[in-house]
Design a protein around this ligand. Structure first.
Ligand SMILES: [Zn+2]
Length: 120
């Protein structure tokens, strides 16, 4: 499953109401695709912490168009499971990053000899 609308339709089948009730939550999960347009965008919000962040953003529950409260966390869990088949941790994603020297704070100018004259 990829498009937020498909996730929203799935939410409506699972929790009642209309797809539009859930679309803002699913759009939020996939917003990162706007600046990293392949599956790796999911590293930013498609994990357990991202689901809790969605809850802080949208509240503990939304009221769908049937008038029923639906926990935002359940909607987030559904989204991530539909995309990944499970709910990874942020650590699962971060451990896949290949460490680079700059990530530990080494400045670029420390790496290459300077051609600039020192100010006196
Ligand atoms: Zn997604």
């Amino acid at each position: 499953m990829a498009h937020p609308l498909k996730h929203a339709e799935s939410s409506a089948r699972k929790f009642g109401g209309k797809a539009e009730d859930y679309l803002p939550i699913h759009n939020w999960f996939d917003e990162s695709k706007a600046f990293f347009p392949d599956f790796r965008h999911r590293a930013l919000r498609h994990h357990a912490e991202g689901i809790f962040l969605a809850e802080r953003f949208f509240g503990v529950a939304i009221v769908n168009s049937d008038g029923n409260e639906v926990p935002v966390r359940y909607v987030g869990e559904q989204h991530v499971r539909e995309d990944l088949g499970r709910i990874p941790t942020a650590e699962d994603w971060l451990l896949q990053i290949k460490p680079q020297r700059w990530m530990c704070g080494q400045r670029l100018e420390d790496k290459e000899p300077s051609t600039k004259k020192e100010a006196v």
